[in-house]
Design a binder for this molecule. Structure first.
Ligand code: CP
Length: 303
């Protein structure tokens, strides 16, 4: 059976836990010939470093082949070809499509018309489910559990698709959230209503204080998403409001880890990189194993 992954809500708690277990197996043995004869297409209508390269590495390490584009300007979209026609064409050639698109809902649409499974590698400000799987894997690896954690999300909570997906995924694990954002980039109401409905505890503030950091298990920093702003003056005003510095971690829990989906701009000072609490580079490495698990699920490969 083959399965698309468009939204993190497509996965039950059991499926999430099974993917995490599989990711752990791939971390022990990333090189396996499970995708022999399979072709995976990576269609990136928006820029990417980690997501595209880790998906492609995942396929290569599993013995499959990769086709695709990293810049839609080099595809026939630039001549006016529709997303529907692009998906129908590529599904003639590939067993699975990994797609990043600037439009929210593009991955859902593609999954509804595509004869082959679609993995959403990010659609606008909406969802980034494979990032969430690697975030969950990173949280589990560093904390030894997913339950009863305090997660502080800082930065662009309005346009940041990674925080939206992570918030939804944590519904199974009794989290407490602190949302730290300026008024312009607050967590959208739909996600706060989601928390209210499920009895998930959260606080909301514009102050990135050491008090909050000191209560935190996972400090999830995010970049202000310049590409989502229609008014660049507004971006300039809010782009550097929050910067984490090493000195701010002095009284934090020993077990605290700093995560960031990356790329970072000014949200984490480079002096944090040497802290044992900095985990964002290992977090990106975990993307390889999480994505190997996601690809195998999509293609119905048990391994
Ligand atoms: N985290 C993430 O999606 O990074 P890229 O944009 O580099 O893929």
């Amino acid at each position: 059976m083959t399965k698309s992954l468009v939204s993190i809500s497509d996965l039950s708690k059991e499926e999430i836990l099974a993917l995490l277990e599989k990711a752990g197996e791939f971390e022990k043995q990333p090189n396996q010939r499970l995708l022999e004869g399979k072709v995976v297409a990576t269609l990136f209508f928006e820029p990417s470093t980690r997501t595209r390269l880790s998906f492609e590495t995942a396929v290569n390490r599993l013995g499959g082949r990769v086709i695709g584009f990293s810049d839609a300007k080099t595809s026939s979209q630039s001549k006016g070809e529709t997303l529907k026609d692009t998906i129908m064409m590529v599904s003639n050639y590939a067993d699975l499509i990994v797609m990043r698109h600037y439009l929210e809902g593009a991955a859902r649409y593609a999954s509804e018309i595509s004869p082959v499974p679609i993995i959403n590698a990010g659609d606008g400000a909406n969802q980034h489910p494979s990032q969430t799987m690697l975030d969950l894997y990173s949280i589990y690896k560093t904390q030894g559990r997913l339950t009863d954690l305090t997660i502080t999300m800082v930065g662009d909570l309005k346009y940041g698709r990674t925080v939206h997906s992570l918030l939804e995924a944590m519904q199974y694990f009794n989290p407490t959230f602190n949302f730290v954002a300026c008024d312009e980039l607050k967590m959208p109401d739909q996600y706060k209503r989601f928390c209210d409905k499920l009895g998930i505890k959260y606080t909301e503030t514009t102050e990135f204080s050491e008090d909050i950091i000191n209560q935190t298990d996972i400090l999830y920093m995010t970049r202000v998403q310049r590409e989502r702003f229609s008014d660049l003056m507004e971006y300039e005003r809010v782009k550097s409001i929050y910067t984490l510095r090493a000195s701010m971690l002095e009284n934090s829990k020993d077990t605290l880890k700093v995560l960031h989906p990356l790329p970072r701009i000014t949200e984490i000072d480079q002096d944090v990189d040497d802290s044992p609490k900095a985990y964002y580079f290992q977090q990106a490495q975990n993307g390889l194993y999480a994505r190997q698990a996601i690809i195998c699920r999509a293609l119905g490969i048990k391994g």
